[in-house]
Design a protein around this ligand. Structure first.
Ligand SMILES: [Zn+2]
Length: 170
């Protein structure tokens, strides 16, 4: 079953992310915009807090908003990736997408992105180091799966793009 493959593939990717192994993550194929291969959603709990002492003694209202890290995340994989017929190839592309999203979870991009929509637009999250980190962790996952590493990030990007174009995914 195509749906079940994600459970296994996600688990393998999570082995390269020991920092967030206690976080609950689920992964599904979903219909999402064409230009987006994957995305991650997390529910952020917002709590309003008040400085009780300041209010009771000085009558001052000092409010704070506390954002808690999500305990659960959902990674959505563009269902168009199912068009890649060879399972072994599909797995490589999907795992690359999963690793990208796991890195957003690790970097707490979800939390900082939710703060302010204007800032969100300005904030650059896909900096050069981000892609490099995705590449390194991707190679780690390959190692776990008994595959040889890929030496150049550019080669990998080219290969992935070629497959995505072949199946009219991008
Ligand atoms: Zn991203």
């Amino acid at each position: 079953m195509v749906e079940n493959e994600l459970v296994k593939w996600l688990k393998e990717c999570q082995k390269a992310f020991p920092e967030i192994k206690s976080i609950e993550i689920k992964c599904f194929y979903r219909k999402i915009p064409k230009n987006c291969l994957g995305r991650v959603k997390g529910e952020i709990e917002i709590k309003k807090d008040i400085d009780a002492e300041a209010l009771l003694l000085e009558g001052k209202v000092k409010k704070k908003i506390i954002r808690k890290k999500p305990k659960r995340y959902e990674i959505e994989i563009n269902e168009n990736l199912k068009r890649i017929k060879e399972k072994t190839i599909r797995k490589q592309i999907v795992q690359h997408v999963i690793i990208h999203e796991l890195l957003h979870i690790l970097n707490e991009d979800i939390l900082s992105l939710s703060k302010d929509y204007k800032k969100r637009k300005r904030k650059k999250i896909h900096v050069k180091d981000f892609e490099k980190e995705v590449f390194q962790r991707y190679n780690e996952v390959r190692k776990i799966n008994g595959l040889p590493p890929i030496s150049k990030q550019e080669d990998l990007d080219l290969a992935i793009n070629k497959i995505l174009k072949k199946y009219h995914i991008i």
